[in-house]
Write a protein that binds this ligand. Structure first.
Ligand SMILES: [Zn+2]
Length: 91
């Protein structure tokens, strides 16, 4: 599929979006990447829905972590556990 030679700037496709999503939601991605991801989410419906769903999910987890006073390590462990269960469709 990806037979084209190395492009001058990386294409922001669904794969890149998926790879960036975690960093993006953690607020750890740079401004350019954030802008690209948001632009992609706006033009790509599945990725937009994923961003919205993942955003809500992360927010909920963060709130839960704050409430419990959880350490980052514990939060990561919880996130990792829930990530495996996450495949169910929303509707
Ligand atoms: Zn996409």
């Amino acid at each position: 599929m990806h037979a084209s030679p190395t492009p001058p700037s990386p294409q922001f496709d669904c794969d890149v979006f998926t790879a960036t999503l975690d960093t993006l939601l953690d607020g750890e991605s740079d401004a350019v990447t954030t802008a690209r991801a948001e632009a992609h989410a706006r033009t790509c419906r599945p990725c937009g829905q994923r961003l919205a769903a993942a955003g809500r999910y992360k927010q909920a987890m963060r709130r839960l972590g704050e409430r419990l006073g959880a350490s980052d390590a514990l939060r990561d462990a919880v996130l990792g556990t829930l990530r495996g269960v996450r495949g169910s469709p929303t509707r």
